[in-house]
Design a protein around this ligand. Structure first.
Ligand code: 8YV
Length: 321
């Protein structure tokens, strides 16, 4: 019998990923099946691996249709859309694409911070609208003298902090545990951090453990000069509370690359002049997305070579076969 492992692609459309996988595996694309239910009934029992796009919901209902599934290789560092506890119960390994995107996302975070504080997109719109001839662009607030707090000092949070060192600002952070190898000030509560800083950069994982952490009280603690930047997951911020704080002037502005219900962005945010809004582009360069694709495919190749996953998530540790 043909022992070529069968892999199902779900919301995974990169040609380089599919091209490399097709050298070794038999590929199916869920989105191409005219009747997904019929497809899963017929081919589901043969599928041994998944290659999935970022933020693609993967849960017990899907696992039920894939009884031979061994590995879920996800495109992206965040995997809050995957039920990893359920995967672990079933002995399925989940992999993500850490490290290769940290610098890219951190670059974007700094760009978003500066764009928000110095109103770079607004100034660009001002020029294009021909308004420079009428007078100078209004003065803005400044990054100078600011104290920056980072929520989540993981790989991306650290890359952001390293960049901020070059900007000469005070750096503090909050996370579950203080980290021994950094000199930044640790706060054991997010509210404590928010009281001590006037910029909050969100770099934590998404999922139930961080849902709504940045709430009305945290936003109020940042103060009227407060700036919020989010390059992590929209779910970490209570979006309604953020909109209310911006509308009331309780905080100064926000730079957001992620939203609670992407690609839906509340009109109330779009209507606000003091926010910079990006369509989830943190890792979105040709170079970094290609690197992420290689990590995804490396995981599937290594797994089916019997060498285990390259970058398993901590919730589904590889213990050998
Ligand atoms: C996505 C991301 O992977 O890595 C993550 O967690 O959110 C992004 O890098 C990207 O949008 C690709 O679709």
């Amino acid at each position: 019998p043909d022992e070529t492992p069968e892999i199902l692609l779900i919301r995974q459309t990169r040609p380089d990923v599919a091209g490399r996988l097709s050298e070794r595996f038999r590929l199916h694309r869920l989105e191409e099946a005219p009747d997904r239910d019929a497809f899963l009934g017929a081919a589901g029992p043969r599928i041994r691996g998944l290659a999935v796009g970022a933020m693609c919901p993967i849960d017990a209902r899907l696992f039920d249709r894939l009884p031979r599934l061994e590995i879920v290789a996800s495109f992206g560092v965040g995997y809050d859309s995957i039920d990893v506890a359920e995967a672990h119960r079933r002995g399925i390994v989940v992999t993500n694409t850490p490290d290769v995107l940290s610098d890219e996302v951190a670059d974007l975070a700094l760009g978003l911070l500066l764009a928000t504080i110095r109103r770079i997109p607004q100034a660009d719109r001002y020029l294009r609208a021909g308004r420079w001839r009428e007078g100078s662009f209004p003065l803005t607030t400044s990054l100078r003298e600011r104290r920056v707090g980072i929520l989540g000092l993981g790989r991306i949070g650290r890359a952001i902090a390293r960049r901020l060192e070059g900007f000469g600002v005070a750096i503090a952070y909050h996370g579950r545990t203080p980290q021994a190898d950094v000199a930044y000030t640790y706060h054991d509560s997010l509210l404590g951090l928010a009281k001590a800083v006037d910029v909050l950069i969100v770099a934590s994982p998404g999922g139930p453990g961080t849902r709504g952490l940045v709430d009305a009280a945290v936003l109020a603690a940042l103060g009227p000069e407060g700036i919020v930047v989010n390059i992590a997951r929209g779910s970490v911020i209570d979006e309604a509370a953020l909109i209310a704080a911006l509308q009331a002037g309780t905080i100064h502005g926000a730079g957001l690359d992620v939203f609670e219900n992407e690609p839906q962005v509340p009109q109330a945010l779009i209507d606000l002049d003091q926010v910079v809004l990006l369509p989830h582009v943190g890792s979105g360069s040709h170079q970094t997305r290609a690197a992420m694709g290689r990590v995804l495919t490396d995981n599937l190749f290594s797994w089916f070579d019997g060498k285990g996953p390259v970058t398993p998530v901590p919730e589904t540790p590889w213990t050998g076969r």
